[in-house]
Design a protein around this ligand. Structure first.
Ligand code: GLC
Length: 736
């Protein structure tokens, strides 16, 4: 409908109808057997409100959403369609690698294509909005939601935020769906990496490191923003006027819908900033939070607050208008299904072109961490290969947040290897259980008998180990498919011991005694502590949860069809005691390597290095490139300068490098990071090819929040570092 008609529609609504638009409920309230009673009573939601709810959480499927929509509209006075919103984070039915792997591609253009597929498939399944991308910056691998982030750098995360929003909303009227960026803001800075824990930092750090990726998503036109569970500066974000109103709406000009995270409005009471639903509702509405996801606050408190004149009616009207506008932008008043149909699902879901794209993305996401003596790539049907480990013949490769994906669609590692090895050259034995205990699954509601059935009996363990040893003795190469359990990462997946599970490390120790060539495939939703394995293994590949085509992508890398190009977007710690660890920290007054103080009295640990095991930007390839001839267009910069260098491929193997440009502002009015990523370029080189590449660095890129909190560049000396993931070349210039 025409936008001017929206105001007329708004004016025609009763307050009950208006409040209903600001409430989102999950599927059980809309089950096909009529309205559920249990949860409704539990939340204290009236029939009138229920009949006017504005949106539905995590219900998808063309037929199911159509049926619910039609039944709902048949009872709706003003025929305002439901919004269907869902967690479609890194794929709908074709599942791409987890975003921490997508970050390691350093290829926003490729990821934009992947998210176009996400949007198309989700739309065919009846979704109108996806709660993606998650663009929280992460620095602490203990936090389970590293899985959903593209990593620890504000610039790299901003590139991906932009590309994911553009992908999801691509050809919005015909193909795309609405993107909801989350979790605004700074959720990834939870103290001690403990889920839902306090976040507190200076406004400078917030603006320098944590806000850029959200702003990039907003600037890309994201239609919605989701609040985060955490506090910022003592106020939970869902009631935080500084963040939601001053920054998001007034500073950035965001006029879209803000939705609370799950029950976060009610949790203002648990945080201790509201004593009841009325105070929680007031705080959230005053902060301009529009939709209350799955909490009883707006549903039970808004009408009485309005009736008693205790809340500004204009606030409510503005919130309702934004929701109606989103529905109108989606064209729901004209077509509430947006073309979703079972036929469309059949046509699009898991389309072969989508699978091929997922395989390409997966192979670009994997990071080769070790390759001693150039063990990899293997030659097909040359060595006798034994595949072992709980992830060897396991389709659980899509990760916790692939909510609408199906593991049975996934290509396992064993299936992938069979693309290159015949039965004579490939054997498999699980060899080890995944975990010593699955009891933690009880917290997710898994019944005890199911949990008990997951665990291998001691006899089965012993037999599996014996078989693995016997097969290992005959093998030339052993590939270990190991890692954390799917449910050990993702939301509510904070952990303090990030090494491989004990049972797997015991198994590994026994198998390594065979003295064979060993390759570790690490399946995880976060950086694991691989310090032991770094010493023990000949080759290590960080494969993440690699998605629907994970097994085939991995095999392409192992046998050299793909030359690995992934570079870490998050540091892998040497030990959990280093956390949080990230590359762009400050020098401190006693830098470990340049301080004048004596050995002990510098910024370091007694029992661990300062450096991570594998740093941000690191990764190996099958070729070796060399950086040289670093040249600056001038050594004094006013508005911009050009940095050029040669990149040479020293081997005959073609390969792709990610050339990374960093700076250091040597002296600032406040301390400045030892390194800041400013630009990056992926380049492909043929064997023994040399290319000259250049970057144009501008004055604007040198801006930061100065001592007075002005966002400006300050004259002075700057260092330049150009890296390819293994080598670094440096230069300096003066900004005048
Ligand atoms: C969850 C998550 C959020 C998700 C929402 C809806 O608690 O924090 O990322 O989108 O609830 O499922």
């Amino acid at each position: 409908m025409q936008e001017k008609q929206l105001q007329t529609l708004l004016d025609s609504l009763t307050w009950t109808e208006k409040v209903g638009q600001l409430i989102q409920l999950s599927g059980e309230f809309f089950n096909t057997e009529g309205m559920a009673v249990g949860p409704q009573q539990k939340l204290g939601i009236s029939d009138e409100i229920l009949a006017n709810v504005g949106s539905v959480l995590n219900v998808t499927g063309a037929e199911k959403t159509k049926e619910i929509q039609e039944r709902f509209l048949s009872q709706s006075t003003h025929k305002i369609p439901l919004l269907f919103m869902a967690d479609i984070i890194y794929g709908y039915r074709t599942i791409f690698p987890i975003p921490l792997g997508l970050g390691a591609t350093w290829n926003p253009e490729l990821i934009e294509s992947a998210y176009q597929v996400l949007g198309k498939e989700a739309r065919s399944g009846g979704a109108h909005v996806t709660f993606a991308p998650m663009v929280d910056l992460v620095r602490d691998a203990r936090w389970g939601r590293c899985l959903e982030s593209t990593g620890e750098d504000p610039l790299l995360n901003s590139h991906f935020a932009r590309s994911m929003v553009n992908g999801i909303q691509h050809q919005f009227d015909s193909m795309g769906i609405a993107s909801c960026i989350k979790h605004f803001a700074a959720y990834g800075a939870a103290e001690a990496g403990r889920e839902y824990n306090t976040v507190d930092m200076s406004e400078r750090r917030l603006r320098e490191d944590y806000l850029p990726s959200y702003q990039a998503g907003v600037d890309a036109g994201a239609k919605m923003v989701m609040t985060s569970f955490n506090t910022y500066d003592g106020m939970p974000v869902t009631g935080n006027e500084f963040l939601l109103k001053n920054v998001l709406r007034d500073e950035w000009g965001f006029d879209g819908v803000i939705i609370s995270d799950y029950a976060a409005v009610k949790e203002l009471i648990d945080h201790g900033v509201a004593k009841d639903n009325f105070e929680a509702t007031t705080l959230a509405m005053q902060a301009t939070n529009d939709i209350d996801m799955k909490s009883p606050c707006y549903a039970t408190a808004l009408l009485p607050l309005i009736k008693d004149g205790k809340i500004d009616e204009e606030l409510v009207n503005q919130a309702v208008y934004r929701v109606l506008k989103l529905k109108n932008d989606l064209g729901l008043f004209e077509d509430a299904t947006r073309g979703a149909s079972a036929a469309k699902e059949t046509e699009l879901l898991l389309h072969d072109s989508h699978r091929q794209l997922a395989k390409q993305v997966s192979s670009e996401a994997m990071v080769l961490l070790e390759n001693k003596n150039q063990l990899l790539p293997l030659t097909p049907n040359q060595d006798k290969v034994l595949l072992v480990g709980p992830y060897g013949d396991n389709q659980e490769l899509i990760g916790l947040w692939a909510v609408h994906g199906k593991t049975q669609d996934t290509v396992s590692i064993l299936s992938g290897l069979k693309n290159y090895l015949d039965d004579e050259h490939l054997s498999f034995e699980k060899g080890s259980d995944m975990l010593d205990s699955y009891d933690f699954l009880g917290e997710f509601g898994a019944p005890k008998e199911m949990i008990d059935s997951l665990k291998m009996t001691p006899e089965a363990q012993a037999e599996a180990l014996e078989k693995a040893v016997t097969l290992g003795e005959k093998a030339d190469v052993i590939i270990y498919a190991l890692g954390e359990h799917t449910m050990q990462s993702g939301e509510a997946g904070s952990r303090t011991d990030l090494r491989l599970p004990d049972v797997q490390r015991r198994f590994l120790k026994k198998m390594i005694a065979l003295g064979k060539k060993n390759i570790l495939i690490a399946i995880s939703g976060r950086p694991l502590i691989l310090t032991e394995e770094q010493r023990q293994m000949d080759a290590i590949i960080a494969a993440w949860f690699p998605g629907t085509e994970g097994g085939s992508a991995l095999a392409d890398i192992i046998f050299g069809k793909v030359n690995p190009s992934g570079r870490l977007s998050m540091s892998f710690p040497y030990t959990v005691g280093q956390l949080p660890i990230y590359y762009n920290g400050f020098k401190t007054g006693r830098p470990a390597t340049t301080s004048n103080h004596s050995g002990r009295f510098v910024s370091k640990y007694l029992d661990a290095p300062n450096e991570p095991l594998y740093p941000f930007g690191y990764g190996l390839s099958y070729h070796q490139s060399q950086l040289s001839e670093l040249t600056l267009s001038e050594t004094e910069m006013t508005d911009s300068l050009t940095i050029s260098l040669e990149v040479s491929n020293l081997s005959q193997v073609a390969g792709t490098d990610t050339i990374q440009l960093y700076i250091q502002d040597v002296v600032g009015s406040v301390v400045r990071p030892v390194k800041e990523l400013k630009q990056f370029k992926k380049i492909t080189l043929a064997g023994h090819e040399t290319k000259t590449i250049s970057f144009t660095l501008t004055r604007d890129e040198l801006r930061f929040y100065t001592k007075s909190m002005a966002f400006a560049a300050e004259p002075g000396e700057f260092l330049i570092f150009v890296e390819n993931g293994q080598q670094q070349v440096t230069a300096k210039f003066d900004l005048i």
